[in-house]
Design a protein around this ligand. Structure first.
Ligand SMILES: [Zn+2]
Length: 251
């Protein structure tokens, strides 16, 4: 099978692929931040790479650039180990990725956030990136609510547990880790977290006062019932949804 992870290829191979028309690159914007008492803190980064690889395989002739593994996670800093970059740092990083990729001849670049806190900054920077790189076909995925609906519907269909999807360290994200890194998951420590309605008010409080003010254990939703097959299905379904969105919005 063709290796599609940019960082695992040698430069002559990358040059040859570009010559053959592999001119689309994708990268995920993840995070390194607390994910409840039962999961390692690299969930969004690892999920990002798995998702980008799946999307790239579905699209074909697409290479996967390294995932940005630190995101905008100020609201998680009350939990030990969480790392966060400023919005300006994030924008500079994304800018420099696109700049580098464009120099080599990539003409289509897809950016996929796998951390909620990256969505708004990415949406804000998109017009600036577009005017900085007018020759690049830039697609920045921005449908956070569509993603949560998909997780809820799939989890309901497969396990009858759609109400356990809350969006953070829940049944969905725990299932990703059981699929990708089962040895790092402590299901004996899995818990329910904030189970209330995710209103504008709750979101505002979370951003202003931090995640801990809404959910002391760091979970939104419930991690119970997670399983690796659900994790694989959710990644595959989201990849298919993003491929569909990309083809519809191809600029
Ligand atoms: Zn996450």
């Amino acid at each position: 099978m063709q290796e599609i992870q940019l960082e695992r290829l040698r430069y002559p191979e990358i040059g040859a692929l570009l010559q053959e028309g592999w001119t689309t690159a994708i990268f995920a914007c993840g995070a390194t931040e607390q994910h409840g008492p039962h999961l390692p803190i690299f969930v969004d980064a690892e999920h990002g790479t798995a998702l980008a690889l799946d999307i790239a395989r579905k699209l074909g002739r697409t290479l996967v650039a390294p995932t940005i593994r630190i995101g905008c996670s100020d609201h998680h800093l009350a939990f030990p180990g969480s790392l966060s970059i400023r919005k300006e740092t994030f924008e500079n990083l994304v800018y420099d990725y696109i700049h580098s990729l464009s120099l080599h001849g990539f003409t289509h670049i897809i950016v996929v956030p796998t951390h909620g806190g990256n969505y708004q900054p990415l949406e804000d920077m998109t017009p600036r990136l577009r005017s900085a790189f007018p020759d690049i076909h830039l697609a920045v995925y921005h449908q956070l609510s569509g993603l949560l609906d998909l997780w809820r519907n799939q989890t309901q269909a497969y396990k009858g547990m759609g109400d356990r999807v809350g969006g953070h360290a829940d049944i969905a994200e725990t299932s990703f880790m059981l699929h990708l890194h089962p040895q790092l998951v402590r299901m004996d420590l899995a818990e329910a977290g904030f189970m209330g309605h995710f209103s504008e008010e709750v979101i505002r409080e979370m951003i202003e006062k931090g995640f801990k003010s809404v959910t002391p254990n760091g979970i939104l939703g419930d991690a119970h019932g997670a399983d690796p097959e659900l994790g694989a299905q959710l990644i595959d379904a989201l990849a298919a949804q993003i491929v569909h969105w990309y083809r519809e919005n191809l600029v």
